[in-house]
Design a binder for this molecule. Structure first.
Ligand SMILES: [Fe+2]
Length: 340
């Protein structure tokens, strides 16, 4: 009798320690404090501890390469399909096989062989200053029309070394061909109000200050700026600009992602799968998009800041795989037209 009780006790003790020992190791380039609360939620739900190693994409990739088969990393979590492609190119991902993930995420938002998946979406959009840009000028705007002479010295955009721009150019190469895109980029450079400098938010601020009439930047920055969390200067700037989704009469606005993949040598692949499934659950999606101001993959309620600048728009359904495949062509093209 005592023996039975003792073995039951030992068994439950073993199960407990087994569960507590469960973990998932995430290499992340995301810098949202709120992500930590989200990971805590995952641990509460599953008893799997989330260990985060955060850093810049390039540094984390070098670390993964150096660690090789001994890497403790289970998940690589970053922004831009181009950055996920860089990891895939090194052969460091494995295919995601979770039916939950594959059923939730449309195939155009997953990597080749399902080696990575979108967790949230963002659009690369146009911000303009309504004091200097007329309604008539901006309606029906497209990326392509930004090369028109009408915009001479009126546009700001960040440098060509930025992955967001490389992916935009890659998508235009996929859509319009390399020759046409090169002619476009040449004229876009002529239309710049200043030499490319600063990040996406700096472009929005330049438009708010009247240094330029129109900026190309990612959609979620306006949410962050309007929320006030980034300070008064950014809040005031955000109030002065309008945002518009380009190419609504055509294929739709350029879409990119925050995304993740499971690493080839992941020591905890089951937990990694559960982690991805969790990030795509309604609960996590609502949490992520209302803090990052990105667009969800599943239908969830979004914040006031997001609904004020628009949710209902046509998305370019091009497979985001091509951003990686055409990335070298995009970089060379931007160099040729002297996009700084
Ligand atoms: Fe960003």
């Amino acid at each position: 009798m005592h023996k039975t009780l003792l073995s039951i006790f030992l068994l439950s003790f073993c199960i407990d320690s087994y569960l507590l020992a469960q973990e998932v190791n995430v290499y992340s380039t995301r810098h949202y404090d709120s992500d930590y609360d989200l990971y805590k939620q995952f641990t509460n739900d599953t008893n799997i501890k989330v260990n985060i190693i955060s850093g810049k994409g390039g540094a984390l990739l070098e670390r993964l390469k150096a660690e090789g088969k001994n890497s403790p990393a289970d998940i690589f979590f970053t922004v831009d399909a181009g950055n996920l492609w860089k990891v895939q190119k090194e052969g460091l991902f494995q295919s995601i096989i979770s039916p939950k993930v594959l059923d939730t995420v449309p195939s155009n938002l997953r990597g080749p062989n399902d080696e990575w998946t979108a967790i949230a979406k963002r659009a690369r959009v146009i911000f303009y200053n309504p004091s200097f840009v007329s309604e008539q000028e901006i309606t029906n705007i497209s990326y392509e029309s930004l090369a028109n002479e009408q915009w001479r010295s009126r546009i700001v955009i960040r440098s060509s070394s930025n992955m967001y721009n490389q992916s935009l150019v890659a998508s235009l190469i996929a859509k319009n061909g390399e020759k046409e895109t090169e002619a476009w980029a040449k004229n876009l450079v002529k239309n710049l109000a200043r030499k490319p400098q600063g990040n996406d938010r700096a472009q929005i601020i330049a438009v708010a200050n009247g240094e330029a009439d129109l900026a190309i930047a990612n959609s979620y920055y306006i949410g962050i700026m309007l929320s006030g969390s980034a300070g008064k200067e950014q809040l005031e700037a955000a109030k002065k600009v309008q945002m518009i989704f380009p190419n609504q009469q055509g294929v739709g606005a350029h879409i990119n992602i925050s995304g993740a993949g499971i690493l080839k040598y992941a020591p905890n692949p089951k937990n990694a799968n559960l982690f991805l499934e969790f990030l795509l659950s309604e609960k996590a999606q609502e949490y992520i998009v209302n803090r990052s101001y990105e667009y969800p993959i599943v239908n969830v309620a979004v914040s006031k800041e997001m609904s004020t600048f628009g949710l209902d728009f046509k998305e370019d359904a091009t497979s985001i795989k091509v951003y990686g495949e055409l990335n070298p062509d995009a970089i060379r093209l931007m160099d040729r037209v002297d996009w700084k």
